[in-house]
Design a protein around this ligand. Structure first.
Ligand code: SF4
Length: 368
């Protein structure tokens, strides 16, 4: 007996579920730049970008990334700094590094052809169970379930199981998700497994929302055991942290430059990326920042103050930067787009429309 029969949905419920979901998806699938793509490279990049990142944030980055690296080989040949620069703003930069490494491996060892099944895909750097299943089913029609947080939520609610992160619950979800993936019928055109997996994720992302599911619009409402009456797990607690950064700029002839610090290669977050030099909080006590903003990384809210090196504060703030001199480099602001700059620094420079805070060059700036 299958897990789905025993604890979840009967065979006829499974058939109904598939049909209602497929009909709904045909009508309501969002138009996204990677939808309908059969090039596994494009699907792969989109799936990596979508991990832990909202669709709206991914769209712009995806299109730009594809313009810069239209093929797997072009990505493999690019310097890592260019790949990180194109990734800037998406966060979780390890994903970009692994994507780049995998593209190099595929180009050098596999004649630039991605493996065509989930087992082969999983051997590549940075491709785990989720991504391998997504690429294999969407591009190659493999009958394998894709289980992300959205799919998990839908299935727990459909079956009325509590949202627990136990191994037994994960196992149950995996079996039920697998049973729901349709097999390709003889002579059938299209890609039943790939479409089903995309529809499941779409349902969780647009209808069965984490808070406030839109049950009255749900195609599988008739099969759902909770219909909005599920227990909602508490939000993870957000932490708050203050942070301060130095904005130092100078003019070199007609070019404006900004001072950036390179993060250490062994930093646990964003190694090797460039950012405005962090300042110790006691160095900015009593000073007014030129900009305050909030920046969230995972479950921490950073309350950030940006302190400009101008006029009388010029030397004191610069000397307060703890970084080694070798890690601090002036970069023309016109080149920022091409550099692997952190999302926060990019946000600050854009928010300030840098030109408005650059004063005339001081003697000290000229010496720096
Ligand atoms: S009926 Fe509501 S809770 Fe159930 S799957 Fe649909 S949206 Fe989710």
């Amino acid at each position: 007996m299958k897990a789905a029969d025993r604890e979840g949905l009967s065979p006829s419920q499974i058939r109904n579920f598939r049909k209602h979901l497929a009909d709904w998806y045909r009508l309501h699938a969002r138009i996204l730049p990677w939808r309908g793509a059969h090039d596994p490279y494009r699907v792969w990049v989109s799936e990596i970008m979508l991990q832990q990142t909202r669709v709206a944030a991914v769209i712009d980055h995806y299109e730009r990334f594809m313009r810069l690296f239209p093929t797997l080989v072009s990505l493999a040949l690019a310097p890592e700094a260019d790949v990180l620069a194109a990734w800037s703003g998406l966060g979780y930069y390890r994903r970009a590094r692994m994507l780049h490494k995998a593209a190099q491996f595929v180009t050098q060892e596999l004649s630039a052809k991605l493996p065509t099944d989930s087992v082969g895909l999983r051997t590549l750097p940075g491709i785990g169970v989720y991504t391998s299943a997504a690429v294999a089913s969407i591009c190659f029609g493999e009958r394998i379930a894709v289980v992300d947080g959205n799919v998990e939520r839908v299935l727990l609610r459909i079956t009325g199981r509590p949202e627990v992160a136990s191994a037994a619950a994960k196992n149950f979800i995996h079996h039920l998700a697998s049973d729901l993936v349709p097999a390709k019928r003889l002579n059938e055109k299209g890609n039943a497994a790939g479409d089903h997996n995309q529809a499941m994720m779409e349902l969780g992302a647009t209808i069965c929302l984490p808070r406030g599911p839109l049950c009255l619009h749900c195609p599988v409402y008739g099969l759902c055991r909770t219909r909005g009456e599920h227990l909602t797990p508490p939000r993870p607690r957000q932490r708050s942290r203050p942070a301060a950064y130095l904005l130092a700029t100078r003019k070199r002839r007609v070019v404006t430059e900004v001072l950036l610090e390179r993060r250490a290669d062994d930093a646990s977050l964003m190694p090797g990326m460039l950012e405005l030099p962090p300042l110790p909080l006691d160095a900015v006590e009593g000073r007014e920042p030129i900009l305050r903003l909030r920046h969230s990384i995972t479950n921490t809210n950073y309350y950030v103050g940006i302190y400009a090196q101008t006029g009388s504060t010029s030397g004191a703030l610069r000397r307060a930067v703890p970084a080694a001199k070798a890690d601090l480099v002036w970069h023309p602001i016109t080149r920022i787009q091409e550099l692997p700059v952190t999302g926060l620094t990019r946000k600050v420079l854009a928010r300030l429309r840098l030109d408005s805070v650059i004063g005339p060059e001081t003697p000290e700036q000229r010496r720096a």
